[in-house]
Design a protein around this ligand. Structure first.
Ligand code: SF4
Ligand code: SF4
Length: 89
């Protein structure tokens, strides 16, 4: 892919926003990024999924993580799988 091209992720549920990410982390468990995993969960994820979470490398997170826009299909799938919060329809 051209490094100048931006990925476009379609938001299908706008009610799930970046504010939800701070107490979610479902995509970090459901689809962990290879560069920072120990096969179980992402080593850069701190906190408790569904309560309070932080990505310690947020500004430098890999492209895979950036695809998980809040409210996107992948986000909703992760939340449904981990039984986290709203947008779980
Ligand atoms: S699953 Fe969605 S709401 Fe949860 S951390 Fe990932 S992008 Fe944010
Ligand atoms: S690098 Fe950050 S956004 Fe990506 S899976 Fe790990 S904690 Fe989540």
């Amino acid at each position: 892919m051209d490094s100048q091209m931006k990925r476009i992720t379609v938001v299908v549920d706008p009610s799930v926003t970046a504010a939800d990410c701070r107490r979610c982390g479902a995509c970090c468990i459901y689809e962990v990024c290879e560069p920072c995993t120990d096969d179980e969960s992402c080593l850069s994820l701190k906190g408790k999924v569904g309560l309070h979470t932080t990505c310690t490398i947020y500004r430098h997170r890999p492209p895979l993580c950036r695809d998980y826009t809040p409210g996107s299909r992948g986000c909703l799938e992760s939340r449904r799988a981990l039984k986290v919060g709203g947008g779980v329809t």
